[in-house]
Design a protein around this ligand. Structure first.
Ligand code: ZN
Length: 278
């Protein structure tokens, strides 16, 4: 099964969102509405639906954008308020962030939010404490870590894994990684799709029964500005080959059927999986 997801954040959210203090974000050029428009048009041409993981800060400042995505029939998940990695927060701070963001998204969409993605797929053994907190607040689906990450004493493969917590189960949908000698290659999203040649992406998609595709609005933006705090290297890494993202996404959508995470949960939720007890 192929799953299509987008992480809805502004162009200036990089690997570490603290590079630019969030108190100054509103003064920066906004590119998110036009970039999300581009994404919505592209996937509607292929009659597909996707899951959009939205930052709390984005929902606070662009509630109509959230309504537009919902009205287009797509699913909404939560992607942290200010893009802080769980490792940058205490469990109490993480829970406060989760409650605030879920409340906001649920108010705007008038729906229960049950899906979560940690910033940069950053969950690891050290931050697996987020799962009981997620379950406690009604999250049943997560896509928050990269395959080949160890949780508890078990390694997560490139397929869904059931995580059992004292507050209920979470089905975790990891980001695929291909293990090659000396390399743990991501191929199904963002910068990796921008950099890898399409025939290789297609080959790797066809090798796996499970593919988690993910993109940011910025991946489709040919003209987002630079910023002194981001620097030339980070800007280049985030923008290189952006002109190839949409043609590659279009080819993927022509070649494969993609599901939302909710649809994937319906299918995988009834199947047996590796189980990790936290
Ligand atoms: Zn993100």
């Amino acid at each position: 099964m192929n799953i299509l997801t987008f992480d809805i954040e502004e162009w200036f959210i990089m690997d570490d969102a603290r590079i630019i203090p969030h108190t100054t974000w509103q003064g920066l050029q906004s590119r998110i509405e036009q970039n999300v428009d581009t994404i919505l048009s592209a996937i509607s041409r292929h009659n597909m639906k996707a899951t959009f993981f939205i930052m709390g800060w984005v929902a606070e400042h662009y509630p109509d954008l959230v309504r537009q995505i919902t009205a287009s029939g797509h699913e909404i998940g939560y992607h942290s308020y200010y893009h802080m990695h769980p490792a940058q927060q205490s469990p109490v701070e993480f829970e406060d962030d989760l409650v605030k963001g879920l409340g906001l998204l649920e108010e705007i969409t008038e729906q229960k939010i049950t899906a979560y993605r940690a910033p940069n797929f950053s969950v690891s053994l050290e931050t697996s404490w987020i799962y009981p907190i997620l379950a406690k607040h009604g999250i049943s689906v997560s896509s928050s870590l990269k395959a080949n990450t160890s949780l508890s004493d078990q390694k997560v493969n490139s397929k869904p894994v059931r995580i059992k917590t004292n507050h209920g189960d979470i089905l975790e949908f990891p980001l695929n990684r291909v293990s090659l000698p000396g390399l743990n290659l991501v191929y199904s999203g963002s910068g990796f799709v921008r950099l890898l040649p399409y025939p290789l992406i297609r080959l790797l998609f066809s090798f796996s029964e499970y593919n988690m595709a993910y993109f940011h609005p910025r991946d489709f933006d040919l003209h987002f500005p630079g910023h002194r705090a981001i620097g030339k290297y980070r800007h280049l890494r985030s923008s290189i080959n952006a002109s190839t993202t949409m043609p590659k996404l279009n080819k993927l959508l022509e070649s494969y059927y993609f599901n939302t995470l909710g649809e994937a949960f319906t299918v995988y939720g009834t199947m047996r999986h590796k189980t990790i007890q936290l």
